[in-house]
Design a protein around this ligand. Structure first.
Ligand code: C2E
Ligand code: CA
Ligand code: CA
Length: 509
């Protein structure tokens, strides 16, 4: 805040007064002489009065101007202090202090009126990566974009605050049920996920959201904030880009694996909570979309979106995986038929097949009969089998894959390099594409060793007539290395995360 202007006026005013006092004291009354010339006499009371009036005329507006300006500046200064104390300088959202105050008010009202309210703790995923790689200036701009998106996702009357670096909080002062908060959280996740274009850079961000609901999640400001924060960490632990509703610890414990297994059984039967997302696969050289991987999601009514890495193992152990696989295959076939019905030409869709599914004696006949029932051409389907699955029960698996290949289905070895070392057996395997696991892609642009491993894998695959697809490509520099090393296809967040069927069709078909 600039305050030197006032000092200038005050100094000028002091100097004028000082001169006047000096003149008065020494009886020169210089001013009077200057104005009245020879007619001036210090004994003339009238002139003395005129002299004083003159002094007043000079000093009053000056004094007035100084005081008004001073008050105005003081007010602006106080406003600025108030703004800085209550609002975040970068985004203009409420700051932590203002949020805490609002939260106390809301809490007071809610306890009197027995109303529910919700608090959403939003933390951006991997934001540090943006700051580290693109610099803090771009990081700041991204935070501004995100804060606008969050503001645009909440209801009228909700409070949005920046809580710290990349943490935001939304306070919903009155809700009917936790579903209201979930809806807003879902909207925020969708908005945050939209592409961010900035300064020639394009990237995607995601967020993890913890939801706390009064009174179940706590009855004080501190306990509610803590519950939302804990739930946010749970959302991160479950794989990020999701919301998680805080559950009081007793209920949490009751939510055992057994319960989850039951819920999953019901979800598979009812088909309500399971759905697929599609992640595009691209040609490394032309950038054309050449396929997509179907990835299953489970939107649990209480917990939120549970990632497949959490529930596929449960499905496998509880022998639900065959039914789940059936659901995925049917959903993909229905989707392809729907897309074709509106004149789109869908690219081949990759389906992940678990070892237990492939081990079913009539896996191949059942799989292909679903395709015929839906009238889906075999060239529209691709299956992804992990290297580990390939190495189990080798002869049987190979025979089944041969049959699928003969039927016209493309076969990929998934997560290559992560499991058994099958390098020596590549020639005998009935597969079309080697999908290199993301751990081998992560450092190819910074580590010469990793680049050499990639180079060797590509050469080996090509020597065995296999195509090569790189998984988990997140950086443009990684893509450049893939181009240099003649890799064929890639998929990853660099181009797009897995997206809904609607978004996939709208953007890429
Ligand atoms: P996967 O087959 O290796 O699938 C790729 C995983 O990497 C997906 O995780 C995808 O979202 C994620 N991913 C894609 N691009 C990037 C990236 O650039 N960076 C990073 N860090 N990750 C990326 P998701 O969807 O959580 O799936 C996890 C695993 O669950 C899959 O691994 C697959 O093994 C299994 N899965 C998913 N859907 C199905 C299904 O329908 N059936 C079976 N049996 N398994 C499935
Ligand atoms: Ca896969
Ligand atoms: Ca994989």
């Amino acid at each position: 805040m600039q305050r030197t202007g006032i000092g200038k006026y005050l100094r000028l005013f002091t100097v004028l007064l000082f001169i006047e006092v000096v003149l008065e004291v020494f009886g020169y009354q210089f001013m009077g002489k200057l104005i009245f010339g020879g007619a001036w006499s210090s004994d003339m009371p009238m002139e003395r009065i005129v002299h004083l009036v003159w002094l007043l005329v000079i000093t009053t507006p000056l004094l007035y101007g100084v005081v008004v300006r001073y008050l105005r500046r003081e007010r602006a200064f106080a406003n600025e202090i108030w703004r800085l104390a209550h609002y975040d300088d970068l985004t203009g959202l409420c700051n932590r202090r203002q949020l805490t105050r609002q939260l106390s008010n809301v809490l007071k009202n809610a306890s009197q009126s027995h109303q529910k309210f919700a608090l959403l703790f939003i933390d951006l995923d991997r934001f540090k990566h943006i700051n580290d790689s693109l610099g803090h200036d771009i990081g700041d701009e991204v935070l501004k974009v995100i804060s606008k998106r969050i503001l645009g996702s909440v209801r009228h009357g909700d409070v949005v605050a920046r809580f710290g670096g990349d943490e935001f909080v939304t306070l919903m002062p009155s809700i009917e049920q936790s579903g209201d908060a979930i809806q807003v959280a879902q909207r925020i996740l969708e908005r945050v996920q939209e592409k961010i274009s900035f300064d020639g850079y394009e990237f995607y961000l995601t967020a993890s959201i913890g939801i706390a609901v009064y009174p179940v999640s706590g009855d004080s400001a501190t306990s509610i904030l803590k519950s939302a924060d804990t739930a946010m960490y749970e959302a991160k632990r479950l794989g990020k880009n999701r919301w998680y509703v805080h559950m009081p610890s007793m209920q949490e414990q009751m939510y055992s694996r057994f319960q989850l297994e039951n819920d999953l059984r019901r979800a598979i039967k009812e088909h309500q909570e399971l759905y697929l997302e599609y992640q595009p696969q691209l040609d490394v050289d032309t950038g054309q979309i050449v396929g997509a991987e179907a990835l299953v999601r489970w939107n649990h009514p209480l917990i939120g979106i549970i990632p497949p890495a959490e529930f596929i193992p449960i499905a496998e152990e509880a022998e639900l995986i065959v039914d789940l696989g059936q659901f995925v295959l049917e959903s993909v076939c229905r989707q392809i038929t729907d897309w074709e019905a509106v004149g789109s030409h869908p690219v081949p869709i990759g389906i992940n097949i678990s070892q237990l599914e492939l081990a079913q004696p009539n896996f191949v006949s059942e799989f292909t009969s679903v395709l015929s029932e839906w009238g889906v051409e075999s060239s529209r389907i691709c299956i992804e089998i992990t290297e580990t699955t390939l190495m189990k029960d080798e002869e049987q698996v190979r025979e089944k894959l041969r049959q699928l290949k003969n039927y016209g289905i493309r076969v990929m070895i998934d997560d290559f390099g992560k499991g058994y070392n099958s390098l020596g057996m590549l020639r005998q395997l009935p597969v079309d594409v080697m999908k290199i696991d993301s751990v081998f892609i992560r450092d190819i642009h910074t580590s010469l060793t990793d680049k050499s491993i990639l180079s060797a894998l590509v050469m080996l695959a090509h020597a065995n007539d296999l195509g090569v697809l790189a998984e988990g490509v997140e950086q443009i520099e990684q893509l450049s290395v893939l181009q240099q090393e003649n890799c064929d296809e890639y998929q990853g967040y660099l181009f797009s995360p897995p997206v809904s069927a609607e978004k996939f069709a709208a953007d890429y078909l």
